[in-house]
Write a protein that binds this ligand. Structure first.
Ligand SMILES: [Zn+2]
Length: 227
């Protein structure tokens, strides 16, 4: 059995990759990194280092044209600033809508594209790192359990029952993801989460705040923050 893992170079997807390598062996795991017009290349560089660390095959896919009409603040062509605030704080002003860093239907698009690649490469399962903190308050609705259940069923049916989708952290907090990753000795020092593309993580964007807290709750320093 071969597995395809969506790999962004961040904490959650790298932990997913660690789990897949543990379960299937590095020769049966393919990391897939998607270019979608991010403001910086740090996460792609991180995903490359992570795949090299594990010794898995690494493939790239450019989906940038799909997002050319979006004004999501994560995208390079957007004139919106990335909020320097926790997700909870951001959600207070959104009236139940996703946060400004929500890339329109990103996981839906990524998983559909991944399904096609997975079938071509004879994989039976796709892993992605959605977790419960991301879908809390509808910040990222395509990270929710309901979304996961629906897309898993769609991909299973649409692939002729050949391919399923695993989101092992969909009911977990980010702190629980990090706990699992620390047990598996996931190379967090190679990962990148910050939405900004600076030399060091900014420490104040939504994902930096979440990441810092997840490590703090596990009683360890974030190894990437030390660099
Ligand atoms: Zn940041």
């Amino acid at each position: 059995m071969k597995a395809l893992v969506l790999s962004s170079g961040g904490v959650d997807s790298t932990t997913c990759l660690g789990i897949a390598v543990e379960l299937y062996g590095k020769e049966n795991v393919i990391a897939l990194s998607i270019i979608y017009g991010q403001k910086h290349k740090k996460e792609l560089e991180a995903s490359k280092k992570v795949a090299a660390y594990y010794g898995t095959e690494h493939v790239y896919l450019d989906l940038m044209p799909v997002f050319k009409y979006s004004n999501c603040s994560l995208l390079e062509h957007s004139d919106r600033e990335i909020p320097h605030e926790s997700y909870a704080g951001q959600l207070e002003g959104t009236n139940g809508k996703p946060v400004s860093t929500y890339v329109p239907f990103r996981n839906g698009l990524f998983l559909s594209s991944a399904a096609s690649i997975a079938l071509s490469k004879e994989c039976g399962v796709i892993y992605y790192g959605a977790h419960a903190d991301d879908s809390a308050g509808n910040a990222y609705p395509d990270c929710s359990s309901a979304f996961h259940k629906a897309i898993n069923e769609a991909i299973y049916l649409g692939s002729g029952n050949q391919l399923r989708v695993e989101a092992p952290f969909v009911g977990w907090t980010k702190a629980q993801v990090v706990k699992k990753g620390l047990e598996l000795k996931v190379p967090y020092h190679l990962t990148w989460s910050c939405y900004e593309g600076g030399e060091k993580p900014c420490g104040v964007c939504g994902t930096c705040i979440d990441r810092k807290e997840a490590f703090r709750l596990n009683g360890v320093c974030d190894p990437a923050a030390q660099i």
